[in-house]
Design a binder for this molecule. Structure first.
Ligand code: ADP
Ligand code: NI
Length: 212
């Protein structure tokens, strides 16, 4: 990929996510891109495919956009070769967590971008993103009377409207066992351990004041 094209893509993605307050902002996409590049350094994989897929991975996300096919249109209008386009579109289609229907990406490049995206759902930034998303969607932060629902399939997961703390158990804590690469697994475990320590503090503070 040529440098002017990369600069244009970065600017286009920045515009697409301008004013996002759900944790799917430009900074998220940039972190996924940079994590994907560092995973590529050890795992290998086609750099152009990884660059395009990581930078375009959220531009058509079902949670925010209504099918204007932004990625496909961008790739076409920038004359990206057909076989590269197909690989990128496939990675984006396979990237998301879908409850018990989640599958590992089917290509090396997809596995790398999927790991990079999952890493950004974890750790201190992952916590911030979860609460940002919950707030933007009007979700309750925490309610001890509503237990997490485990084992949801894709349809149930997409329809779920549980609390943000429950999202930790319904998705975020499952990610470390779904990582594709060794480095991804190592980082995911460290970030998950931190989130579990965070929740211990959260529950302590919650219980300090008897709210019943
Ligand atoms: P995916 O495509 O797997 O959903 P994204 O890159 O779109 O991954 O990011 C998902 C992030 O959005 C989650 O990691 C979390 O921070 C946030 N999120 C999604 N669903 C919820 C939810 N129900 N409650 C809180 N946060 C959520
Ligand atoms: Ni993402």
């Amino acid at each position: 990929m040529k440098t002017p094209e990369l600069t244009e893509l970065l600017n286009d993605v920045k515009a697409r996510f301008a004013s996002d307050a759900t944790g799917h902002d430009y900074a998220h996409t940039l972190r996924v891109y940079k994590s994907a590049l560092s995973l590529q350094a050890t795992e290998g994989g086609d750099l152009e495919v990884i660059t395009l897929a990581s930078l375009l991975h959220d531009v058509d996300d079902y949670k925010f956009f209504k099918g204007d096919n932004y990625a496909q249109t961008w790739l076409n209008s920038h004359h990206i070769p057909q076989e590269v386009q197909q690989k990128v579109v496939k990675i984006i289609a396979e990237i998301s967590f879908m409850g018990s229907d989640t599958k590992p990406a089917s290509t090396l490049e997809g596995k790398i971008v999927q790991d990079a995206d999952r890493l950004d759902a974890l750790g201190a930034i992952g916590i911030a993103r979860a609460f940002a998303y919950g707030g933007a969607k009007g979700r309750v932060m925490f309610d001890p009377a509503i237990p997490p629902v485990l084992g949801m399939n894709e349809k149930e997961y997409k329809a779920a409207e549980g609390t943000t703390i429950n999202h930790f158990y319904e998705k975020l804590f499952l990610l470390q066992d779904l990582m594709n690469t060794e480095e991804g697994k190592r980082l995911a475990k460290a970030r998950t351990d931190f989130m579990k320590r965070y929740l211990e503090e959260f529950y302590l503070e919650w219980e300090e004041k008897d709210l019943q």
